[in-house]
Design a protein around this ligand. Structure first.
Ligand SMILES: Nc1ncnc2c1ncn2[C@@H]1O[C@H](COP(=O)(O)OP(=O)(O)OP(=O)(O)O)[C@@H](O)[C@H]1O
Length: 298
């Protein structure tokens, strides 16, 4: 799969302070790429550089083979972005908003407008005034606007911000459809880790302006140490060695430990040898959030 976007040792210095330091990664065709990091990590700054709202101090950003330094107009043409909440005229209808946008940009036909409306599922409500739209519908209208010029890469800063679960699902389904059926690539930034887990193919974690890790969602969660919950009868003295040797966390009906799968039978044998009743062992799935905290608090 070819790269739609490449950041090559990107550095941003503001007022003598290095905000982004040697950031390099690529986004492939047809993937949803998540951009994750604690507050102040540099996500917004990076996105602002990608969409051309801020210049780069060092390094380069290449979009569909075009360098943002050498061919700014060519590179930016390939991008559709919602960086802050999409600004819409609330007293106009959704359709009038899109028409207004189309008038300001060359080559957008009425047929294209119809196509994007259908794509984001707003056909039935497109002639309602935007002030009557739910937040989710406004986001979808924003998405429609971004899609009018057929971008190869869509950049959405916190796309599910303020949406209810149904709205989040709507946006997620639409992004999936755009990548799977249209081969578009999407970059999303979010604080909602569980949401990123459902939405993204790969995730980059940044902290203090540096890249910590880029991996697929599966790689991320698999790498997290597994945890197992043991449901037992009274532990008696065993609680002491479980805590000291296995770093076990005591719970109401047993304990939990962070061990590999191979260590599970070893521990079961030990418990049985000590005459402890064992009612069940359950693997506790690690979430992206666990992994994120593991990585960023190292
Ligand atoms: N114009 C600026 N002048 C000085 N410092 C800045 C400027 N813009 C950003 N910063 C600093 O750069 C760092 C990264 O900010 P940025 O907004 O990119 O982080 P973020 O990851 O998007 O954070 P959040 O999740 O809180 O939005 C922060 O420490 C911020 O204070």
């Amino acid at each position: 799969m070819s790269a739609v976007l490449t950041l090559d040792h990107v550095k941003k210095v503001i007022g003598g302070k290095t905000i982004i330091n040697g950031l390099s990664f690529s986004v492939r065709e047809g993937e949803v790429f998540g951009f994750l990091g604690p507050n102040g990590a540099g996500k917004t700054t990076t996105i602002r550089m990608i969409v051309g709202l801020m210049d780069i101090s060092e390094g380069d950003i290449v979009i569909c083979g075009k360098s943002i330094k050498n061919d700014f107009t060519g590179a930016i043409k390939e991008i559709g972005a919602i960086v802050e909440n999409p600004e819409m005229y609330k007293f106009l209808t959704g359709y009038q908003n899109l028409l207004q946008y189309a008038r300001m940009h060359d080559g957008i036909t009425k047929e294209k407008i119809r196509e994007v409306i259908e794509l984001v599922g707003l056909t039935d409500r497109i002639h309602d005034k935007v002030k009557k739209y739910s937040l989710g519908m406004r986001q979808r209208l924003g998405l429609a606007q971004c899609l009018l010029h057929d971008p190869k890469l869509l950049i959405l800063d916190e796309p599910t911000n303020g949406l209810d679960p149904a709205g989040i699902r709507e946006i997620r389904d639409h992004l999936r459809m755009l990548t799977r059926e249209r081969g578009m690539s999407v970059i999303v930034s979010s604080h909602l880790l569980s949401e990123m887990e459902l939405m993204c193919d790969r995730i980059a974690i940044i902290q203090n302006g540096e890249l910590i890790d880029v991996q697929t969602i599966n790689e991320f969660t698999e790498q997290a140490t597994a945890a197992f919950a043991f449901e037992t009868g009274s532990l008696g003295d065993a609680a002491t060695w479980l805590k000291s040797d296995w770093n076990a966390l005591m719970m109401e009906e047993g304990f939990s430990v962070e061990i590999t799968r191979e260590q599970v039978p070893v521990l079961i044998k030990k418990l049985t040898a000590e005459g402890i009743d064992l009612y069940g062992v359950k693997a506790v799935a690690k979430t992206l959030e666990d992994r994120f905290l593991e990585v960023t608090t190292k």
